[in-house]
Design a protein around this ligand. Structure first.
Ligand code: SAM
Length: 224
């Protein structure tokens, strides 16, 4: 039943232009979103909408996950940093691209995802374990505006909460030719940005689309 609904949702995301590449489409088809939403909302797992996950936070809408993952241009073998693990769903989708279930483990990349709320760190770990992604995704507790220097530098950085500006540690921890996808703006109006780092370390910002995310709270984000 969920598989049919998942397929119908992915077909809709393809029709609407959010999911385009084969590897993103395959990842969305493979990751069971029903394992990442609260049990009482499982009937809504394949609606294209954000859903509450507790602690005042949300699992992002599937079209936003598809759009951000496409913009990131992830490749198998990439090392990815996500800020804002939440339910762990977006991290699982990215893991399915950089470390596909079908590829040998030696070729797998890895996703590091940082979360500031302890209850959500535990939730994301539990969800990722149940869905089979525990060895491709590491959930780290902390302030993601500081990045994650222990595993830097990263090929790609995805921020899933809205920032007042790009946190400087994220720019520093990105490899040359790397990409950052981040919502920037205030509480009421934000835009999704694609930021590309040149070989020389220069950052080029492209404004993609208006969006609405929960706030990025931390040293280089908003105050609590
Ligand atoms: N990617 C998530 C998913 O797939 O379920 C959705 C993320 S939710 C829209 C944003 C998350 O960012 C929340 O869980 C929130 O606690 C977290 N967050 C906010 N500020 C943060 C920070 N400085 N460091 C780490 N996580 C942060």
């Amino acid at each position: 039943m969920f598989e049919e609904r998942r397929r119908a949702l992915v077909e809709k995301l393809v029709r609407e232009g959010y999911a385009r590449s084969e590897h993103v489409i395959n990842a969305l088809l493979r990751v069971p979103r029903e394992l990442f939403v609260p049990e009482e909302l499982v009937e809504l797992a394949y609606e294209d909408t954000p859903l509450p996950i507790g602690f005042g936070q949300t699992i992002s809408a599937p079209h936003m996950v598809a759009l951000m993952t496409e913009l990131a241009e992830l490749k198998p073998g990439h090392k990815v940093l996500e800020i804002g693990a939440g339910s762990g769903y977006h991290a699982a989708v990215m893991a399915e691209v950089v470390a596909p279930s079908s590829a040998p483990r030696e070729e797998w990349g890895h996703v590091y995802t940082v979360e500031r709320i302890k209850g959500l760190v535990e939730l994301a770990r539990r969800n990722l374990r149940r869905a089979g992604y525990a060895d491709r995704v590491t959930v780290v507790e902390g302030d993601g505006t500081l990045g994650y220097s222990e595993a830097a530098p990263f090929d790609r950085i995805i921020v899933t909460a809205s920032a007042p500006h790009l946190p400087p540690p994220l720019a520093e921890q990105l490899k040359p030719r790397g990409r950052i996808i981040i919502p920037i703006g205030d509480k009421y109006l934000q835009h999704l940005y694609l930021i590309v780092k040149s070989e020389e370390g220069k950052l080029k910002y492209s404004k993609i689309t208006p969006c609405l995310f929960v706030p990025l709270i931390g040293r280089y984000g908003w105050r609590e």
